[in-house]
Structures are given as C-alpha cells and as structure tokens.
Design a binder for this molecule. Sequence first.
Ligand code: FE
Ligand code: FE
Length: 221
Amino acid sequence: MAEMGTLHDAFLDELRDAYDAEKQLTKALPKMAKAARSPELRSAFETHLEETRGQIGRLEEVFAALGEKVRGKHCAGMAGIVEEGKSAMEEDFDEPTMDAALIASAQRVEHYEMAAYGTLVAWARAVGHTEAADLLEETLEEEKATDAKLTQLAESGINQASADAARPSEEGDEDEEEEDEAGPATRKTGGASKSRGGGAKTSTSAKKGSAKKGSSGGRKR
Ligand code: FE
Ligand code: FE
C-alpha cells in the first residue's frame, strides 16, 4: 500500500503549483500592460512583471532551501483566471472600461496568489521551514501591495472615467430591453417591469435632474 502524503508533500505540491502560476503570469502580464490605456496602470503591470520574475527566483531559492528540485505543476486555477482575462481583453470596451476590466482581472490574479502564498507561509511555518517561510512571506507582501495599488488606481479615477464614458449612451431604452430579456423568471418584478415601459419615457427628464451626483441615484425609475 502506498504511503499517505504528509503536510510536507502537500506543501511541495502547492509550491510547484505557485511556480507554474508565476510562470503563466510572466506571459500574461506583458499582454495586460499592452492593453492598458492608462499609463499608470501600464506601468503598474510592468512593475509587477519585474516583481513576478523576482518571485520565480525566490521560489527557486525555496526549492533549494528544502533540497528539492525546481519543478512546476500545471496550475489550472491560474490558467482559468488568465483565460477569463483574455476574454475581457477581446471585448470591444471603451478605453477606461478596458482599464477597469483589466484591473478586475488583475485583482483576481492577486487574490488567488495571496491565498496561495498565505497558505504556503502558514504551512512552511507549521513544518518548521523558517527560511522558506520568510522568502514566501516577502512574495505574499508584494502580492498584497500590488492588489492595494490596483484598488488605488481603480478608485482614483479609472472606475469613474469608465462610468462617465458610459453616461451619454446609457439611456433608458437600453435598460428596458435588458430587463425584458431577463424575463419574469429571474425578476420578481417581471410583471411590473412591463407596465413601467410607458413610465420610463417620462422619467428620462426626471433622471436628468437627479443624475448629476451618483449614477445609481439617477437610474432609479
Ligand atoms: Fe506573483
Ligand atoms: Fe502577483
């Protein structure tokens, strides 16, 4: 009978997974940088690409510290997140919306990495691999800082620019169609939305008055 795996085995497995995930990112980040319209966002991606290369080197140090061969193991989770990001980049978004969508993808990446490195640090400490834990913690901090930077970029203008760009074409009719498509099955107000069809026209003028501040307020009918 095969021996049962230990936490050390699980740790090595996660380490190989992280190594592969970082490698995938060195291919994805240049594409994201290229797709970014905001110079700050582009430079954030470029900076993180450099950091990511450093993180790969750090993982190699961790393997060495454990006396293990450097090895990656396909990370399906990261492949999925990267794939979703690719679909977003293929959308025909206006410029600020593309940036907002890139940030959304990148933050999924960072959160996935934070979860992975958080676990790796905890497990390394639990089994007494102090050197490995310290190295992995440096990477964890870089991922957290990148996530915070992305939040700051989104909230310091990109989200708002994207919302502003949407305003002129965002008249009631479009919303009405969407609601009709959604159908009564997914909306408890299915019946009510039909009767609102006529009312929506008159509310367009009311909307203009209240739409100045806060987009959600302006969209009430
Ligand atoms: Fe990373
Ligand atoms: Fe990262």
